[in-house]
Design a protein around this ligand. Structure first.
Ligand SMILES: Cc1ncc(COP(=O)(O)O)c(C=O)c1O
Length: 409
């Protein structure tokens, strides 16, 4: 069994109430959608609702002050976890999708500006740009990926020009699991004075992300994919850029002053956080990164790779199973996507749940353009995290083999 620093997955599982309830009876391999939560995250959420269920930054009574302090603490913990540096602010959003929309809709793009994405993006980094094409007259172009889902850097270089204002790419694909090389991409963009936004939804939970070292302009996150409560995301971005952006939504908590004819916005991050926030979720997110930090991201990455090597080698031995994306687990340590000959991905997911209580994702994974490109109607995806074990990977592969033997045509 692989080691997670000083801990092993058996120890880690003791921190997750899910395993108190289900023991080894369920195999949870849908962490790329949402991870399970450790007890400490659930505890701070309950604590918020029982001990200080107030709002931050408005009332000045003792409970509200406590919320303000805990929200500030969570913001600081997440900011530090990503080494965001003094020049970047962290804006809380309800998910990664909202964080991308804050940038797409709020950045002062002009008609004719070009935004580059790729052909393997999640719809969250696809649809907002299509809206901006319609509403603001920007142009969107897609950089090619090859048949394994690896970004074609030559194509990126060819598509760069003085008209490209922003390069907006998924740091790691939720379908293939492949990561792009951020430093190389940022250097290419810088040579053309273009800004870079990276969608870190599938990266931040699995590897060390150092925003200062990367020197990225905008980085977006899903806290629910990294042990945090559901419905919390974040945008971490350069203050000088945020200061020149329009908030996606406006209202309470965002202004220094307002009249009937005018208002003066607060500096970032407050100007982007209108209305009452998900305080329990934010405080829980702070605890989630504290927990992850106590394990260590290098250990997380190492553990996933260890599991994925076992899983991949067993899957490759099953006739009728086709892996989507690269065959090498080193290129996609957190997940494996696949199809079974003669069965739809939803059939595979439902049967594998029925046969072995294995919980995986199926379908188009909000990446319809990618599946159109490769001419497939979706795939099944098993995604791994710190609580998964090698015996679980073996059971998964054995059940899949049985499934293929029984149902595949
Ligand atoms: C690569 C990628 N980007 C964005 C998202 C959207 O994340 P959220 O559900 O937090 O908006 C996902 C969700 O699966 C994703 O995998």
């Amino acid at each position: 069994m692989g080691l997670l620093g000083d801990m092993n997955p058996t120890e880690v599982r003791k921190d997750f109430p899910f395993y108190d309830k289900f023991g080894d009876s369920l195999i949870y391999m849908d962490s790329a959608c949402q991870t399970l939560r450790p007890r400490s995250v659930i505890d701070v959420i309950v604590e918020y609702y029982t001990d200080y269920p107030a709002c931050a930054g408005r009332s000045v009574h003792r409970l509200a002050t406590q919320v303000t302090l805990r929200v500030d603490e969570a913001r600081g913990l997440i900011h530090d976890f990503f080494n965001a540096g003094p020049e970047r602010s962290l804006v809380f959003t309800k998910n990664c999708t909202e964080a991308i929309n804050v940038v797409a809709k709020g950045f002062p793009f002009k008609r004719g500006d070009v935004v580059l994405t790729s052909d393997v993006e999640h719809n969250s980094n696809n649809l907002p740009w299509q809206q901006m094409v319609r509403q603001r007259g920007i142009r969107r172009e897609c950089v090619r990926t090859d048949e394994r889902g690896i970004l074609d850097l030559e194509d990126l270089k060819e598509k760069m020009s003085h008209r490209v204002k922003m390069v907006s790419l998924g740091h790691t694909s939720n379908v293939t699991g492949v990561s792009i090389p951020p430093r190389e991409i940022i250097e290419i963009a810088r040579d053309h004075d273009a800004l870079v936004m990276l969608d870190g939804a599938q990266t931040a939970p699995h590897q060390r992300v150092d925003l200062c070292a990367m020197d990225v302009d905008f980085y977006t996150l899903s806290l629910h994919k990294m042990l945090g409560p559901s419905g919390v995301g974040a945008l971490i971005a350069r203050d000088d850029l945020l200061t020149n952006m329009e908030p996606l939504i406006s209202g309470g908590g965002t202004v220094e002053t307002a009249g009937h004819e005018e208002f003066t916005l607060l500096p970032p991050p407050e100007r982007f956080e209108a209305g009452l926030l998900n305080y329990a979720g934010i405080i829980g997110s702070g605890e989630a990164v504290r927990y992850l930090g106590s394990i260590g991201m290098d250990e997380v990455e190492e553990h996933e790779l260890l599991l994925n090597r076992v899983l991949t080698s067993m899957l490759m031995d099953i006739e009728g199973v086709e892996i989507i994306g690269p065959l090498e687990p080193e290129l996609r340590p957190s997940l494996v996507s696949f199809n079974v000959q003669g069965l739809s991905s939803h059939d595979v997911a439902m049967i594998i749940d029925e046969m072995g209580k294995v919980l995986i994702r199926s379908g188009m994974h909000c990446a319809h353009p990618f599946f159109r490109k490769i001419g497939k109607n979706g795939c099944a995806r098993a995604s791994l995290y710190i609580y998964n074990t090698i015996p679980e990977c073996r059971s998964f592969a054995q059940i899949l083999e049985k499934l293929v033997g029984t149902f595949s045509r």
